[in-house]
Design a binder for this molecule. Sequence first.
Ligand code: NAD
Ligand code: ZN
Length: 272
Amino acid sequence: MKEKLREAIRAVAEKEGRLVVLTGAGISAESGIPTFRGPEGYWTVGSKEYRPEEMATFAMFSRNPDEVWQWYLYRLGVCRKGEPNAGHRAVVEMERLLGDRFLLLTQNVDGLHLRAGNTLERTFQIHGNIEFMRCAADCTRDFFPLPESVATKTKDEPLTDADRAALVCPRCGGRSRPHVLWFDECYDEEHYRFNSSIQAAVAADMLLSVGTSGATNLPMQVGAIASQKNALLVDVNPDSNPFSTMAEGSGGFFCQGPAGDILPEFVDLFAP
Ligand code: NAD
Ligand code: ZN
């Protein structure tokens, strides 16, 4: 690791600064969960192939609820098979060392950060969690674990009548939907911790962005705010991306490579 980067992180640690870690799909890539960028991204409905940006929308769910649920139950199976990797474990160590000076904002819906050991209290799942569902008609703002009777799917396995009967809102009995933020929906505080994430960015002394392509709105705002506030920006990604550009443009650092190799090297720098 570059000496200048080491010194910059130590300076944040020594003044008891606040760390915000912002993760995207890239941190889970080494756990076998595909990002949205690769060839795995496509999904076929009828005879047509769709991109995630088209599948993960309320508009698509309104037209094809069964197909959208099938896609999520397929992805749920992939997520459940994945185990936390060295990158997730390094983020757990950072929380252990920093306590209340640590916050994790994750775009991942796979729940791997929580399974690795980060606390729910300091983990904002800003795009939801694929293990949960909620009322499609918003009769209640609560969300619920997926019923145990609903099994994950292979790519060609359609929903059964029993799945359809189980995937309903426990309150009104109407259709349920996955508890995730779709591309044609807005962030809010209650489900996605929007305001809390903005506040975290304002208060951050260091923003560590990992494995995100900058395709979504709140993460980009978090990056821009932290940069304006002169936080130290460090980006970890095998490819350059808007966060690496932001980091390098503000006197921060772009660490080019996989999260599982790079994040463990940072951990000791946060020790008191
Ligand atoms: P993305 O798919 O747009 O981009 C992934 C990024 O990760 C890319 O910049 C890529 O270069 C980088 N990357 C790939 N391998 C890496 C590695 N080993 N270490 C570090 N970085 C690596 O992902 P995004 O920016 O998170 O946005 C896409 C949306 O997709 C989000 O809304 C998210 O909710 C959703 N999504 C979530 C999951 C998940 O929960 N694991 C998976 C796919 C997509
Ligand atoms: Zn309902």
